[in-house]
Ligand binder design. Structure first.
Ligand code: SF4
Ligand code: SF4
Length: 383
């Protein structure tokens, strides 16, 4: 007898929404999945199990469903144009509705609900990172139609606060007028949505859109590819220009380069999934790095569309992976060390944190620095 549960009630909706009968089980999705070799997560199998199983619950309550980093490789590789990553997020949404969710993820979601950030940090400390910078702050009456959207991680994490400060320096160097929301900025909701908490994501989305309207914002520049992606693609606000900072800086450098100085280093660049694979911003970060006199730029073998995920997305900053294999960030660090580079550059708060941790766990602190592109620029033009 078919047992009805919240998940089973949704089966027809899943079949239709994700066009699951269109899947011909070629396996290209799983073949490209960066975690499938070390986790029980098998995205091809999930596609067919929703079709075949009567009782969905036990199939999808395994820990491995939280191993997905929402890198989107599976979706990009599907020859039928299906969206396996979105199915997985849809399944997480059902699990969240049932209350089947890892404890650490619950903490992050509760914090986002209570404080507007997933880091359990006080709302009135959100702009402490900028205390000495005399920024324009819209709620304090300052004016600008360009918003710098800082990101929870860049605002609160003491390591990432340096990236936010360096970005401010870079934006000032190119004479880009901007203001922030100060303590009124709230989480963009990118990771909240990808952990399956659609209702909370909507609440955050509405809160941010209300601020955009209140302060007549026409253009946004974001520190994080995750904020950039979600505001641009998930919010979909008419007449709003949303850019990642690498786009803004690359455009400025395309004219008369406003940055001077040099850096005699060998640098490689890691494409963050939410910038590269998901939004095809591949050239701008490379253009910035190559424009610095003295820099020798070398690419990873696995770069651009084939870049290896760092495992920081899809809520993985808060959820431990179920597998015990080497972390992909550690593989990336070993690759960089073998290439003989001095600096591994990236342009994403989560990539920076996962790589710096992996530099420590692989014992490569003396051999390799991990830096955000803004930090490299500031170091180069400060010398
Ligand atoms: S790549 Fe697409 S068609 Fe092939 S198994 Fe995966 S979801 Fe199905
Ligand atoms: S989004 Fe990435 S990690 Fe998740 S199933 Fe697809 S390929 Fe694997």
């Amino acid at each position: 007898m078919k047992r009805e549960g919240p998940m089973n009630g949704e089966k027809d909706a899943l079949l239709q929404k994700y066009d699951l009968y269109g899947c011909f089980q070629c396996g290209k999705c799983t073949g490209g999945c960066p975690v499938s070799l070390k986790s029980d997560l098998n995205i091809r199998r999930l596609m067919i199990e929703v079709v075949l199983r009567d009782n969905l619950g036990p199939t999808f309550r395994g820990e491995e469903i939280w191993d997905c980093t929402t890198c989107k490789t599976c979706t990009l590789r599907c020859p039928r144009g299906l969206e396996p990553m979105d199915l997985l997020i849809g399944l997480r949404t059902l699990l969240v509705e049932e209350g089947h969710i890892p404890k650490t993820a619950i903490d992050a979601l509760e914090s986002a609900y209570k404080y507007g950030n997933p880091w359990n940090a006080a709302k009135n400390k959100r702009s402490d990172w900028a205390q000495e910078l005399a920024l324009k702050v819209l709620p304090q009456g300052d004016q600008s139609t360009n918003l710098y959207f800082v990101c929870c991680t860049a605002a609160y994490d003491t390591r990432l606060q340096n990236v936010a400060r360096c970005l401010v320096q870079c934006l000032r160097q190119i004479e880009y007028d901007f203001a922030t929301l100060g303590d009124e900025e709230i989480c963009c909701g990118s990771e909240i949505r990808r952990m399956g908490e659609e209702g909370l994501f909507e609440m955050l989305r509405e809160g941010n859109i209300e601020s955009l309207k209140k302060y007549h914002i026409r253009s946004i520049v974001a520190t994080s590819p995750h904020c950039y992606n979600t505001i641009k693609n998930d919010y979909a606000v008419d007449d709003l220009e949303v850019r990642h900072y690498t786009q803004v800086l690359a455009e400025a450098i395309g004219g008369k380069n406003p940055f001077s100085g040099e850096m005699k280093k060998i640098i490689t660049y890691h494409d963050p999934c939410f910038l590269g694979k998901q939004n095809r911003i591949f050239d701008e970060p490379r253009h910035i790095l190559k424009s610095i006199p003295g820099v020798t730029f070398v690419d990873f073998d696995r770069s651009r569309e084939n870049s290896l995920c760092c495992e920081g997305g899809g809520g993985r900053m808060w959820v431990e992976a179920s597998d015990q294999g080497p972390r992909l960030a550690e593989t990336r660090i070993q690759d960089a060390v073998e290439m003989g580079v001095d600096i591994l550059a990236t342009a994403c708060p989560f990539c920076l944190l996962t790589f710096e941790d992996a530099v420590k766990t692989t014992g490569n602190e003396e051999r390799l620095r991990v830096m955000d592109i803004t930090e490299i620029l500031v170091e180069a033009f400060s010398e």
